[in-house]
Design a protein around this ligand. Sequence first.
Ligand code: ADP
Length: 358
Amino acid sequence: MLLIVNAGSSSLKLKVFDGAEEVAKASVERIAAGGHRVALEQGLAEAGVPVTRLHAAAHRVVHGGAGLTATCRITPAVLAGIEACVPLAPLHNPANLVGIQAVAELAPNLPQYACFDTAFHATNPKVATDYALPCEERQRGLRRYGFHGTSYAALVRILSARGALPERLLACHLGNGASLCAIVNGRSVATTMGYSPLDGLTMGTRSGAIDGNAVLRLAELHGVARAGEILNRESGLLALGGSNDLRALHRAGTTEAAFALEHFAYWAVRHAGSMVAAMGGLDAVVFTGGIGENDHWVRGNILRGLRFMGVEVDEPANRQNASELHDTASRVAIWIVPADEERQIALEAQVVIAGEGA
Ligand code: ADP
């Protein structure tokens, strides 16, 4: 059985797969620093899976940088590569490394694999990833990478299996973190997140796209660390509407909450325009993530904003969170596909494992 680990700084999410089948899961929250090994044992006990039943573990790793662009076995060199990406993802990669360490302590001989959120976007052309910065700065790795790659890869897998993968797909991963991806024939050509998961859409607590000079001003006023906290943890829907939960914003009924929702949908439409331009047109839109799968108000507003591209939403289907949302008059297909990131990690790791045995 294969253990999938999604380690955050204070949480650990586990799923256990037997082939493509999910057989158990567990989630441990509020883990203290240094407590991941105990949390892992606790999680496996909760899942009812003894460590001796596992034949491998695969981790979600947020940042693979320019070098780690495919799911792979975690060797000392790969571990060093993940460590080298810590400055690129200071909130995420250290937690992922702690998760890898916890598994190594609990089961020293268990082969471990890493699947990178950035990897799916390795196919973006250089013109899409490079910032117009001096050469020296670009050589430091200051470029766009993009995230949510495992989620987008899962969408491509699921639509392909249905024989429904279109040439030009606008994929919308709308959760607490939110991004869009332009996918041409199953490959990412552009995405809204950049150097870090801060860029692009208005998010739960992240500002989304913001002028670099405004960032400098925040750093000047508050110092770099505090400015980082403001941008990543205190902005977005929380700052505009008083909550980062869409359900609470809909319930609130305040002008602030209404504005936060409007801001979210408006910027999703603006960025969608950029994604569609990168693809030279649009054949289908797919929604995933907590908001994408559940919030008909947000989907409806985004889709109505894309009417000029031939998008026509079937309103009753949308209100029911149906899997197919296009009206018969729509030139563009519209779907909801539930996020399936852990299975994607499992399948990718299994391909690598099978390759090792060959
Ligand atoms: P993450 O990015 O943390 O993985 P999710 O994809 O689970 O997050 O999305 C979480 C967000 O989805 C919540 O903050 C909430 O705004 C939204 N959400 C979840 N369920 C619903 C619902 N039934 N209706 C509207 N929004 C929802």
